[in-house]
Design a protein around this ligand. Structure first.
Ligand code: SF4
Length: 282
């Protein structure tokens, strides 16, 4: 069977994740007397996490259990309470919060201090949202759909802001529902431009290839949002977590297969998938 495999040149991890991985790699081995902990998965990518764990990184979601070591704050950020707890437990903090998330935290803190109700468009249990809530004394309202609108106090002056990885459509939809009912609403679109740009690029990539193999963590909201969007433009799109999930029945003679990945899929995994498909049909 004659198959051509093409890598999406624009794929690869986003700036925030790249920065965090570099910070970890730089720290490993520097202070042998202290362990390096991260407060949850650094990125939603099992293979890359396994690689970092092999290099010495430890994962502990309960920050109170980390004592006299190093706490590496992942890109999603954490609330102030968590940072204070880590300091109380004599940990050194290395803050790898993505600068875009830090920006949202600052905006929330500023408006909360001015008496604004904070409305976050996103998923309540997403770690970034949990961290953001820590900048408004956990008093923010999180809305992911019309169902949650009832939790908003429409009489209050309010700030509406986005989890960095929500889709533009979802944010606009929520703003359009809420704004006509509010007298004083400050709207700040904090959706990560990388995510928006990648969505558009992926749609083009999907249109121009016969089959799309998209690599990303199934527990990553960013992966799901991206896949849902571009797969509408190519019904032969498949989401996999790693090369073992490839089903060679997906391919037909003459196909031009596009291989791409989410914001947390490193280039080496994309290369690996390309090689596996080419190796099978060679
Ligand atoms: S997707 Fe955007 S906001 Fe999230 S870590 Fe990457 S660069 Fe930062």
């Amino acid at each position: 069977m004659n198959i051509k495999v093409v890598i999406d040149k624009k794929s690869g991890v986003c700036g925030g994740v790249k920065r965090a991985i570099k910070m970890i790699e730089k720290q490993i081995g520097l202070e042998p007397s202290r362990d390096i902990y991260v407060n949850g998965e650094l990125l939603h990518n099992r293979l890359e996490m396994e690689r970092l764990i092999d290099c010495g990184l430890k994962v502990e979601e309960d920050v109170d259990r980390i004592k006299d070591n190093i706490l590496f704050i992942r890109t999603h950020g954490v609330g102030k309470e968590t940072q204070n707890l880590a300091r109380k437990n004599k940990n050194r903090i290395i803050d790898a919060t993505c600068p875009k998330v830090s920006n949202s935290q600052k905006i929330i803190e500023e408006y909360y201090s001015k008496g604004y109700q904070i409305i976050i468009v996103g998923k309540y249990y997403h770690p970034e949202v949990q961290g953001l809530l820590g900048y408004c004394n956990n008093e923010g309202v999180v809305v992911s759909s019309e169902r949650y609108i009832g939790t908003i106090d429409f009489a209050k002056k309010s700030l509406i802001i986005a989890q960095t990885t929500v889709s533009t459509e979802r944010f606009d939809e929520m703003v359009n529902m809420i704004s006509p009912r509010m007298k004083d609403l400050k709207i700040v679109n904090t959706i990560c431009p990388f995510v928006e740009k990648r969505e558009k690029e992926l749609i083009e990539f999907a249109k121009n290839h016969s089959v799309i193999i998209f690599i990303g963590g199934t527990n990553s909201s960013n992966t799901k949002v991206m896949f849902e969007k571009f797969s509408k433009f190519n019904p032969r799109s498949y989401l996999i977590e790693n090369r073992t999930e490839i089903d060679f029945k997906w391919f037909r003679d003459g196909d031009i297969v596009g291989v791409s990945g989410s914001a947390s899929t490193p280039a080496w995994q994309i290369e690996e998938v390309k090689k596996v498909i080419e190796g099978h049909f060679s």
